[in-house]
Design a protein around this ligand. Structure first.
Ligand code: MN
Length: 304
């Protein structure tokens, strides 16, 4: 279906392009580094299993310094780290020590519990820190870590897509994920591309360095474009200078996750238990991280 060609089209039909919703992210800081948080958003908590999306933008600060986050825990989620500038050293309670460089993927799945620290190696890192909510089947299970130095790419129009996670068209990432989803970085040339989609997925479109048009909507850097399920393709148009864009999708979670601090769960009781286990240094649950940085205490949950 073409834009503007609505006269003979049943807009309620399964191939109709539902309007793209546009939402502004908000400024936040993580380890003293400026980020724009596009998820969770006032208007939207999750897109597929994606429940947390920070775009790391240290340029917002006068004196950029390395992203340093001391040992802290996670439950019920997978962290997805993707840099386009700088390097960072990941350490976790599985004993992992892994340097990550631009174009590489760190995927850490918490299950019942993991702890990790991130040590910025260079002063000006840029990239994405994202979380995936784990489904019931795996969220109480063991934790794991994967590093992928090489990821598949496909050409898209006169640009290119790197598939970090899941499947885009015929291209699938080797990373192991718990649900059907996609995470891809597009480096678009000027003009319109038609991105293949899974009609069962909803999609977040997160421009990095330039605005793009998605369907009828303009989405600017720091904003989130949200395309609901049912689309058979995403029409994305970049301006004269092209654009770098993150596209994240997946089958809607279908249940409400509870997120607090670094924990993802389903109930407040589960969050309280995770908080207590971290504060009580329950190493059976969270292990120990070998790090030069100070352990981060959890604040008390506001409902306690
Ligand atoms: Mn973390």
């Amino acid at each position: 279906m073409r834009e503007g060609d609505h006269s003979s089209v049943n807009l309620a039909g399964p191939t109709a392009l539902n309007p793209v919703e546009v939402m502004q992210g908000r400024q936040a800081t993580v380890g003293g580094v400026g980020v724009v948080r596009v998820l969770p958003n006032k208007g939207r908590r999750t897109v597929g299993p994606w429940c947390f999306v920070d775009c790391i933008l240290p340029d917002e600060f006068a004196e950029p310094h390395p992203l340093e986050v001391g040992p802290h825990p996670h439950t019920g989620l997978a962290t997805v780290t993707w840099l386009f500038e700088g390097e960072a050293l990941h350490g976790d309670s599985l004993g992992t020590e892994q340097l990550i460089r631009p174009g590489q993927l760190n995927l850490m799945t918490a299950g019942r519990g993991i702890a990790h620290a991130e040590l910025g190696v260079t002063a000006a890192g840029r990239g994405f820190q994202m979380w995936l909510a784990q489904p019931e089947a795996t969220r109480h299970g063991p934790s794991r870590f994967e590093h992928h130095a090489e990821l598949p790419t496909m050409s898209i129009g006169n640009g290119e897509a790197t598939v970090l996670l899941g499947t885009l068209g015929e291209t699938t990432s080797p990373a192991v994920v718990d649900t059907e989803l996609v995470g891809t970085e597009l480096r678009l040339g000027p003009g319109l591309v038609e991105l293949p989609t899974n009609p069962r997925f909803e999609y977040a479109i997160v421009p990095i360095d330039a605005p793009v048009r998605v369907g009828d909507a303009i989405v600017r850097p720091g904003w989130l474009g949200m395309a609901p399920v049912g689309a058979e393709l995403l029409a994305i148009e970049a301006g004269r200078g092209g654009a770098r864009v993150m596209v994240l999708g997946g089958i809607p979670l279908g249940e409400r996750v509870q997120m607090w601090w670094n924990f993802v769960a389903r109930t407040r009781d589960e969050l309280t238990e995770a908080w207590q286990d971290w504060q009580n240094r329950n190493t059976d649950r969270f292990g120990e991280v070998n790090s030069s940085l100070a352990r981060i205490d959890a604040p008390p949950p506001p409902w306690i």
